[in-house]
Design a protein around this ligand. Sequence first.
Ligand SMILES: [Zn+2]
Length: 118
Amino acid sequence: MRNSKSKTIIKIKTWKCPNCGYYQDFEPTDELMLKHFGRSGALCPSCGKTNLIRETNPDKKITISIMGEEEIDTLEVESGKRDTEGRLTMRKLTPAEKTAKIKEIRETIDKFGALEDK
Ligand SMILES: [Zn+2]
């Protein structure tokens, strides 16, 4: 179980096209390529010239950044009210909204954690 208190950075499995720079976060198997692009084969769906290859450079893998739970206290949303000059004012989250946000953060970490390229 990851610590979700502070910001989470996850590098996920990435396949790229060496020709045009296109990239995607799933292996170009026949089944998945058929599902996403309507045809099988690992040919780049963007330029159609080169097969996709696995990205091995950690700096170039798709990186997901997920807010930490400790940041929730600093979050502000529009209050729906306006100040004397007519500008929308901001407010902190309610306890229920904070709870929902924590759940969302943990679910996002789980989702992308499953795709992580360790
Ligand atoms: Zn391409």
